[in-house]
Design a protein around this ligand. Structure first.
Ligand code: MLC
Length: 514
């Protein structure tokens, strides 16, 4: 049986000349050191060494490797190594704090944890207590025990045999109620999606001049880890690698690139940079946007400024990519729509009337294997006839073009990160003097939506809203922390006693307006 380990397909796409540059890690202002160049051979050898280290640990089949590090090329190599070793890669946002990590480690029960050295003290305590046997460190300057230990292992390795249905990665997505759920994505889910996108977005082979991708997204989400990295790797294309998005630094390197992927916030920030113009984009072929709705105004301004039409696509952790505006002809990329179902993806909107908005449901080869150890949650999210309920509301036109209209779940998307109000409300309600709270998203010029909290103090309590923000920053990742908190006497409720968040959103709508 052929080995369906995803690494085999990625490795097969490496160029024949393994000494060519695969990734240039760009030195940006504030970051230490010069640019670093990684060849395709480096990726192959280093991932083999780490895979051999992992194999030497004699872990159970399908053991989880949980990764909480800063973005680095070595973190990408670690991902490739985990694939090769046939283990399950569990990446986490490096902004998460101890209370968040506690949950993920308890839930994932990883055999191996890899973290930044600065977090080793508290994180290793949580991990060892939960039964994790191995905790390594990996820093963004190539230091740490992971690479030290891997250095003793051979630079060749045969990827462990895996089937298309074997789980390759668990991506945690926050839940509307309760805690995060781990979406299990298989080798087949990831490969099929990457192959479809390679054709659809017309990645250029070396013979056609070759594509160069600017990789400036975080590495712990579907967008940066799978869509962007797989896109380049599966095409043997060079990446210009940014540890962090910086509009000025990215603009400076745009002339050497042909493909860029970003969340809408990145497009807004490029437009805000006076050095960004059509000349910087002269060799660009494709700007792709996703993870959050792109405003028609940003689409239009970007087109006027750069001469390029952003291609908006739609996906989520449970399904990887689902729809895309067309690559060609360019004029078929329509602002405010997310395009057509990808080949192989079944897409339906539950309203029978094409004019009406309904729940978006999907099925296809990239739809995940279920939530890790939550069969009842998995069952809830699928219809009786096997379609996954995305939680988004949309409208399909007569040609099958999808427009997203809203969400059926209470979710805020801030700068491309999902924030679940129920989770933030839970933390707020634990603060001294807080009776109850409501967390909403309102328009924000940089993040698309800005998180805002409205709370009711207990009778007689004096709640300092600034102190609330400071307290939350100690407990949860910064992107979830409300940018502003308001104390009110009571929350608006309907006759059923349910908080009327729509009224709150309306009331605070202009809060972040310029
Ligand atoms: C950072 N901050 C945010 C934030 N990111 N606040 C709200 N929303 C965000 N997204 C806060 C920090 O907590 C901090 O607060 C301050 O901003 C500065 O932090 P930073 O790390 O320096 O921020 P910055 O580098 O400017 O980050 C902004 C960003 C980043 C837009 C570059 O958020 C980002 O990379 N977003 C991309 C997310 C992404 O990749 N999503 C893909 C999901 S996959 P303070 O108070 O401490 O100063 C998915 C599926 C699909 O959705 O279809 O793609």
């Amino acid at each position: 049986m052929t080995n369906q380990n995803l690494y085999c397909a990625l490795r097969a796409a490496f160029p024949a000349d393994l000494d060519r540059t695969a990734i240039e890690c760009v030195a940006t202002e504030g970051a230490a050191g010069d640019a670093i160049f990684y060849t395709w051979r480096d990726l192959d050898r280093s991932s083999a060494m780490i895979a051999n280290l992992l194999a030497s640990l004699e872990l159970p089949a399908h053991a989880r490797v949980l990764v909480h590090t800063d973005k680095s090329v070595e973190a990408l190599i670690l991902y490739l190594a985990v694939l090769r070793a046939g283990l399950v890669y569990v990446p986490l946002n490096n902004a998460y704090h101890a209370s968040e990590l506690n949950y993920f480690i308890d839930n994932a029960e990883p055999s191996v944890v890899v973290c930044a050295s600065r977090d080793f003290g508290w994180l290793s305590k949580i991990a060892f207590r939960a039964g994790t046997a191995h905790v390594y460190t990996l820093d963004d300057d190539r230091r740490g025990s992971l690479l030290q230990r891997a250095a003793h292992h051979p630079g060749a390795q045969v990827p462990v045999q895996r089937t298309a249905n074997d789980v390759a990665s668990i991506i945690y997505t926050s839940g509307t109620t309760g805690r995060s759920k781990g979406a299990m994505l298989s080798h087949g889910n990831l490969l099929s999606n990457a192959q479809v996108l390679k054709t659809l977005w017309a990645w250029r082979s070396e013979a056609d001049g070759g594509d160069v991708l600017i990789h400036a997204l975080p590495l712990f989400h579907v967008h940066g880890l799978f869509v962007a990295s797989h896109g380049a790797l599966l095409n043997g294309s060079k990446m210009l690698w940014f540890a962090k998005f910086d509009a000025r630094a990215v603009t400076a390197r745009l002339p050497e690139a042909t493909v860029f992927m970003g969340v809408p916030t990145l497009y807004g920030r490029l437009l805000a940079d006076p050095t960004f113009n059509a000349h910087s984009c002269r060799h660009m072929r494709l700007f792709i946007s996703g993870s959050a709705p792109l405003l028609a105004e940003t689409f239009q301004r970007f087109s006027e400024r750069s001469g390029h039409t952003i291609l908006e696509r739609y996906g989520m952790s449970e399904t990887v990519m689902l729809t895309s505006n067309p690559c060609a002809p360019v004029q078929d990329r329509i602002a405010g729509t997310v395009g057509f179902a990808l080949p192989g993806v079944g897409l339906r909107v539950t309203s029978a009337d094409a004019e009406l908005v309904g729940a978006v449901e999907v099925r296809g080869p990239s739809v995940f294997q279920g939530y890790w150890r939550m069969p009842e949650k998995t069952a809830e999210e699928f219809t009786a006839d096997g379609w996954f309920k995305t939680g988004d509301l949309g409208q399909l036109d007569a040609h099958g073009r999808l427009t997203l209209i809203g969400r059926s779940k209470d979710l805020i998307i801030s700068g491309g990160y999902n924030v679940y109000p129920a989770e933030v409300e839970g933390y707020l309600n634990e603060l001294p003097g807080v009776e109850e709270s409501a967390v909403i998203g309102v328009p924000h010029p940089d993040f698309g939506e800005g998180v805002v909290a409205v709370l009711v103090p207990r009778t007689g309590a004096d709640v300092d809203v600034v102190a609330c923000i400071a307290a939350l920053k100690q407990r949860i990742a910064g992107f979830k922390v409300p940018k502003q908190v308001f104390a009110v006497n009571q929350l608006p409720r309907n006759a059923m006693g349910k908080v009327q968040k729509a009224l709150l959103r309306e009331h605070y709508r202009a809060l972040f307006a310029h």
